[in-house]
Design a protein. Structure first.
Length: 185
């Protein structure tokens, strides 16, 4: 359960970072609810795909998949840290009112949730409440990030991405160590 909470926190920080960027670019308030709902839909839906794959594979490969999930979280965290440390463009606000562009942004924001869904299959929390929580958290964090982003600079966004990456690396390392030592998560 502790591992799942850490995973949810990392998801929230990542979404928050993207929403901050959109807020800093001056996204009109009239788009905020739509962006929040889109992010909630994708962030709540992508783990389902990863979860289905994770559950199917876990039943067959057991402990090996726990190691794989740990490595996957380590890699995802390292990628997040690298992204936070590199000079990068702000998320595009161009066409955010356009349904296709918004869907593409929602998909881009939620790709890491695919890997997270796989890890959820290994962690085995109560899936229904976990997915509802992820979607609600995505909507709330997006709205908060847009509001704060419209008032602050790039530094807060970069720090949120860095924190998300560090949290994912720590969670992946914890999964690997506890599995190796036979300690249940």
């Amino acid at each position: 359960m502790i591992a799942a909470i850490g995973l949810f926190l990392a998801l929230g920080l990542d979404t928050f970072a993207v929403a901050l960027g959109l807020g800093m670019k001056g996204t009109a308030r009239r788009h905020w609810v739509r962006i929040g709902l889109t992010f909630a839909l994708f962030e709540g839906g992508m783990p389902i795909v990863g979860l289905l794959v994770g559950k199917a594979v876990v039943g067959r490969l057991g402990e090996v998949m726990t190691y794989a999930a740990g490595v996957l979280l380590l890699a995802l965290g390292a990628w997040e840290i690298r992204e936070a440390r590199e000079e990068q463009d702000e998320p595009s606000v161009e066409g955010v009112g356009d349904t296709q562009n918004l869907a593409a942004l929602g998909l881009a924001v939620s790709l890491d949730e695919l890997a997270v869904g796989f890890s959820l299959g290994v962690l085995t929390p109560r899936i229904g409440p976990a997915l509802v929580y992820i979607a609600i958290q995505a909507f709330a964090i997006t709205t908060i990030g847009l509001a704060i982003g419209s008032r602050v600079g790039v530094r807060l966004r970069t720090n949120a991405e860095l924190a998300a990456g560090i949290l994912l690396v720590l969670l992946g390392a914890t999964m690997l160590v506890t599995t190796a030592l036979g300690i249940p998560l």
